[in-house]
Design a protein around this ligand. Structure first.
Ligand code: FDA
Length: 394
């Protein structure tokens, strides 16, 4: 039996950050992970370049049953603090659209920074150690793994959500929460592509790889302005991943295919100047030609010259293009999702330390809890902020 002040389950973003923070306080810390490598999700994130934070991160970018919960940790360890950390390590990075920061070289650079911090803080990282069971002892907690047992005063659960099972996702965190009487909110895949019903799949056959800049809305009125991407399975792209977190089974999404333009006005103006021009050619300048061909073949828009269109037809065309409705069949699920919605109820935790109110010495951080960020570096920012908050107390 090995003894540590703090044992952390999960060598992911949140776990490594908490480990270094607790280690710097002089606590003896062990991080246990079943993987062969630490930070496996960091390594594949952002297309291998890790979108490690967002310059504009704020509590508004998070979904949580208690929207106030994230305020404390995000304000005490901000995106600027993390940027300062990577600057100190000399990380080369660049700004992309919408405040997203990515590594220039590789996501491995972020893992290396975290491991360097852990090494400087005296943290021990134990890999190939699957946590099988946890129990309460007089002195704290006992953890049984596939590679031995541990005893600690403070146990930090940073085991992540259920997305990407092939990268070590497991329900262990939810099980531990339930074992200690904490409520776990229902989970589902989020930041995930949509699958389509067979008739829509057939309709859009041939559009795979086509991407369109759109304004996408969910039935609750949430909107995202980014690209959508047609795939051979359905719909993906940043705007779709974003809206998937706000979508409920059976609902439609509304896609404004031309958010910058008043299409009715545009057609009326062109009709005066180039009445003979076909609607198909007019729209094909504005949107992918193949998409317009499909819409015409399905009789969703008329195959006419501009001067043959009635006012009513122009209005319905504009309505159709600005409010194109699709009812997804479902999502691709945990296999391809970036994050898990739901998890350990934040009402069970201190927003300052992430300690369970019902179980002193037991902490939950990162994706295992009911906090889900938008796409764009927000999820890692929450992992860093919750890790630092917990590491300062565990
Ligand atoms: P994380 O899942 O990272 O770590 C949990 C660790 O616990 C894992 O290493 C796992 O092996 C370990 N574990 C689980 N059960 C265990 C057990 N029983 N015993 C031992 N160990 C166990 N976010 C973002 O902000 N920017 C981005 O660019 C991306 N990109 C991205 C791409 C893809 C493809 C995915 C899937 C996800 C993203 N994300 C992202 C989301 C981001 O990766 C995610 O929110 C964080 O990794 C969550 O960090 P955690 O430390 O909470 O869990």
């Amino acid at each position: 039996m090995q003894e540590f002040d703090v044992v952390i389950i999960g060598a992911g973003a949140a776990g490594l950050m908490a480990a270094a923070t607790a280690g710097y306080r002089g606590r003896s810390v062990a991080v246990l992970d079943m993987g062969k490598k630490p930070g496996r999700k960091i390594l594949i994130s952002g297309g291998g370049r890790c979108n490690f934070t967002n310059e504009y991160a704020s509590p508004d970018n998070y979904l949580c049953q208690n929207p106030h919960f994230v305020k404390s940790c995000l304000s005490r360890y901000t995106q600027h603090d993390f940027i300062e950390l990577v600057d100190r390590h000399g990380l080369a990075y660049h700004h992309k659209t919408l405040g997203q920061l990515f590594c220039d070289n590789s996501a491995q650079d972020i893992v290396d920074i975290l491991l360097t911090e852990c090494e400087w803080a005296g943290v021990q990282v134990m890999l190939r150690s699957e946590v099988l069971a946890v129990s309460k002892t007089d002195a704290g907690y006992q953890i049984n793994t596939s590679a031995g047992s541990y005893q600690c005063q403070s146990l930090v659960v940073a085991s992540g959500g259920l997305t990407m099972p092939k990268l070590g996702a497991s329900p262990i965190g939810y099980k531990i929460a339930e074992q200690f009487g904490l409520k776990v909110l229902p989970t589902c895949a989020a930041l995930v592509p949509f699958t389509l019903h067979d008739h829509d799949k057939q309709r859009f056959d041939g559009l795979s790889g086509v991407s369109v800049d759109c304004l996408v809305s969910s039935e609750d009125g949430t909107q995202f302005r980014e690209n959508i991407l047609f795939t051979h399975r359905g719909l993906s792209g940043p705007a779709i991943l974003q809206i998937s977190s706000f979508w409920q089974a059976g609902q439609a999404i509304t896609i404004n295919l031309l958010p910058e333009l008043n299409l009715a006005e545009h057609i009326h103006t062109l009709r005066e100047q180039q009445g003979q021009k076909s609607l198909k050619n007019t729209l094909s300048v504005l949107l992918p030609k193949r998409l317009i061909e499909i819409m015409i073949a399905q009789n969703d828009i008329p195959d006419k010259a501009l001067n043959q269109l009635t006012h009513g037809e122009i209005d319905s065309l504009a309505n159709y293009i600005h409010q194109w409705q699709i009812k997804p069949n479902g999502t691709e699920g945990y296999r391809t999702a970036e994050v898990t919605l739901g998890g350990v109820d934040t009402d069970e935790l201190s927003s300052k330390t992430f300690e369970a109110k019902k179980a002193p010495g037991l902490f939950f951080i990162g994706e295992v809890i009911d906090v889900t960020g938008w796409l764009g570096g927000y999820n890692f920012q929450f992992a860093w902020s919750s890790g630092v908050a917990c590491g300062g107390a565990a």
